[in-house]
Design a protein around this ligand. Structure first.
Ligand code: TRP
Length: 360
């Protein structure tokens, strides 16, 4: 069986370091591993509209931002197909058929949907399109026969729901769709990178993000203001690592070679942590080190972004070509789906023969 990746993001803002360690970095590694037959990276504008119906301009403006961030991180159009969800009408058609295989109560139990309903104050009036987006996500994944979906932990319920739809479809209509596997980050810190304020999630609305495209000085200021251990007041005080954002970020970003380069008194992160918990290591020193680490990681990304920013025509061309290719693939799957569901009336000579016989 072919190994195929599909994943994507909603274009509601620029991508941040949480996206980077949680998913983007992995995608680029998977792309460059050469182990996959096809890689599809989707800008999920239709899904973004499910809870931004009154703000299409936001979605429209952020398509290019997400595309630039993708390319900046090292996704390459020769190796990965970058495309825009709304340009693939087959996805909507698949979702419509899958809707028959899912109950309202099952959607209501989806933990991601549940928490998003709360977050957006949709409790009393849930838009139907929003409510159904897990079904549309199943369409995205299955349309490309994806075997692997690299995403953040918050997407686990979506993948569970997709698998259920696949099983149900295959059992009702015959083996047609491929059941995907989720691929989560293998590092705990990458799984849920907190905001710079230590709050559980990095999010634009909380204003606690470090964006991939941000200028070095802005990044430095944010790192120097990061939440640490509030009881670690004097340098001599023993410090706590749990909930200490600076150390969580080091867990996510640090490699041993950065110590040789920027902080040679320590061989690795464990030694630094030991010193911190023992006492005698100040926050400023750790923050400065983290700043060096993050700047080193983000510099090539920012540089590559700046190059692509000079060539916006080319970026839209990449998305257009990618969308054309994606549409062909999705059309093939839709065709298979319609055959399995026997809604292929004009391609089915047996049907006509059968009907003729009935009236002979
Ligand atoms: N739900 C994803 C997000 O919020 C975006 C998305 C839409 C997606 N369709 C997908 C991710 C299919 C993986 C696979 O970022």
């Amino acid at each position: 069986m072919k190994k195929i990746i599909l994943t994507g993001d909603r274009p509601t803002g620029k991508l941040h370091v949480g996206h980077y360690v949680g998913s983007l970095k992995r995608r680029v590694e998977l792309q460059n591993s050469g182990e996959y037959d096809d890689i599809y990276i989707m800008i999920a504008d239709a899904q973004a509209l499910t809870d931004n119906a009154d703000n299409p301009e936001k979605v429209r403006q952020n398509i290019i931002e997400v595309a630039l961030d993708y390319l900046a991180c090292g996704l390459e159009p020769e190796k990965s197909t970058l495309f825009i969800q709304s340009q693939i009408p087959q996805l909507t058609e698949l979702a419509f058929y899958y809707m028959n295989l899912v109950t309202v109560s099952r959607l209501q139990r989806n933990p991601t949907v549940k928490s998003e309903i709360k977050m957006r104050n949709f409790e009393t009036s849930i838009p139907v399109g929003f409510f159904c987006y897990p079904i549309s996500q199943a369409a995205d994944i299955t349309a490309f026969q994806a075997t692997v979906v690299p995403v953040g932990e918050d997407q686990l319920p979506m993948l569970e729901q997709t698998k259920e739809i696949v099983r149900k479809f295959n059992s009702v209509y015959g083996e047609t769709l491929v059941e995907p596997e989720i691929l989560l980050p293998d590092n705990e810190a990458c799984l849920r990178l907190p905001g710079i304020d230590g709050k559980a999630k990095m999010s634009k609305s909380l204003g606690n993000c470090i964006y991939l495209s941000e200028e070095p000085e802005e990044i430095r200021k944010k790192i120097m203001s990061m939440y640490t251990d509030p009881e670690h007041i004097r340098v001599e005080d023993p410090g706590k690592l749990e909930g200490n954002t600076v150390f969580t970020y080091l867990d996510a970003f640090c490699k041993d070679e950065y110590f040789a380069e920027f902080l040679p008194e320590y061989a690795n992160l464990q030694e630094l942590k030991d010193h911190y918990t023992r006492g005698g290591l100040g926050d400023v020193k750790v923050k400065k080190f983290l700043n060096n680490v993050i700047q080193t990681e983000l510099e090539p990304i920012r540089k590559r972004r700046q190059e692509y920013q000079k060539n916006i025509d080319y970026v839209y061309e990449i998305l257009k070509k990618g969308s054309e290719k994606a549409e062909q693939v999705a059309a093939q799957t839709l065709n298979d789906v319609k055959n399995s569901m026997k809604i292929n009336y004009f391609q089915d000579p047996e049907l006509i023969a059968e009907q003729k016989k009935k009236y002979q």
